[in-house]
Design a protein around this ligand. Sequence first.
Ligand SMILES: Cc1cc2nc3c(=O)[nH]c(=O)nc-3n(C[C@H](O)[C@H](O)[C@H](O)COP(=O)(O)OP(=O)(O)OC[C@H]3O[C@@H](n4cnc5c(N)ncnc54)[C@H](O)[C@@H]3O)c2cc1C
Length: 451
Amino acid sequence: MPEHAIVMGGSVAGLCAAAALADRFEKVTLLERDPVPTEVRPRKGTPQSWHAHLLLTSGQKALDDLCPGLLASLDERGAVGADAGKNFRWYMSGEWRPVFESGRHVRLQTRSLLETCLREKVAAKNVELRFGAKVDAPIHRDGQVVGVRLEDGSELESELVVDTMGRGTKTPTWLEEWGYRRPPRQAVRVDLAYCSGLFEVREGLFPGVSAFLIGAQPPRLKRGAAAFKVEGGRWMITLFGYHGDHAPLEFEDFCEWAKTAACAEVHHLLDGATLQGKLRRFKYPQQLRSRYDKLRSFPGRYLVLGDAVCSFDPVFGQGMSVAAREAMILGELIDKQGVGVRHRSFQNAIARVIDDPWQMATTEAYNWPETTGWKPAGAKLLQRFTARLHEKAAEDPELYDAFLDVVHLNERPASLFKPRVLRRVMFGARAVPAKSLPPASDPAVEPEPGA
Ligand SMILES: Cc1cc2nc3c(=O)[nH]c(=O)nc-3n(C[C@H](O)[C@H](O)[C@H](O)COP(=O)(O)OP(=O)(O)OC[C@H]3O[C@@H](n4cnc5c(N)ncnc54)[C@H](O)[C@@H]3O)c2cc1C
């Protein structure tokens, strides 16, 4: 067994990579610049943790495969279970999605709880978690990365180094310094901002509902809202807006702003709610993909994954699930190719995982006339198809179910073009006999009387 692997960056992608490497190296060292976390709360290095994070069902499975028992830990620590069709209410394209038992179980928790549970699982493996360890640069020698130099001047040797330092990674600059090309970049400018807080809401509001997602309504209404019931009975509420329509940070203005989303449910939640701490904002100017898969020449024993390769519009909730699947690929390729896993094989394999969510998120971005930058092929046609699908799915649970499979990255978007699904998109549910999905008992989303 090879001796030592180093992972640079200790967020979700880094923890997933470390989990995958743990079974394949004598020892794994994970380097994270932040101090040791002592509480379940956001770290400086992951400011997105102040905001709503949804873990898709495909991501749940991948994370639990990498770290068996993770989902049970989340349940024990108070993650809120929800059926994606029944308890997770989604308003998009001017209508609520059908309410039905989908059998798709999602867990809702703060991003900090997820990271904490993941970290505990990884720490129980042969992984040394080194906090307060800021990477200066990988050590490159004769076409290979042979270790990492830390900011304090110390050096670590290894047989494999994985970069999971997120969007801000310096790998493109280091590549240039070592005599390679920078990866070509695809940037899609959406000028999005999240504004979020954790709230205690009034008792008895919206029984049976654990989450609301109220989509923005392109091309005009640029704002939307997400509210997830999380551990401790609190609600994580995020107001988001594209192309400069950013929610305010003052509590009263925040509540007023919520009223102007396409539906008032999140505003009702905020009515009489108590904010814990303060409201936080995260600006997300652009979706960004670095095409490492296009580089022919690359240092040996060095790989990049997670947001460092691709950062998706967060409203789609894809980043953590994609990172987990990339880490699984890392493990599988090491099994096939050994520690000298080829950069091209790895980047091509993860590109196949990235392509679909990237296509979805960037195609949707062009529903805004203000969006600029790299444009996916066939965007117009796909937008027309998706608009039709959304219209029909509003009254067709089976079609919505097929769509949820794609949204949760369990199926490829191509599955929506299978004849059975396509007929429903083109001609409506009556064109195809229903599989009779059981309806949920409480289709209307109304606050409790007197609430
Ligand atoms: C506002 C927002 C909301 C989001 N919502 C969702 C969601 O609902 N669902 C979802 O799946 N994804 C979501 N994402 C994406 C998700 O947060 C990321 O995809 C996920 O965290 C994986 O990113 P990463 O680990 O690659 O990078 P990051 O999370 O950015 O972590 C990088 C890590 O590297 C460390 N680091 C950086 N430089 C150094 C250095 N020199 N030395 C040592 N350590 C270093 C940082 O401190 C940090 O811990 C959201 C993102 C944002 C911005």
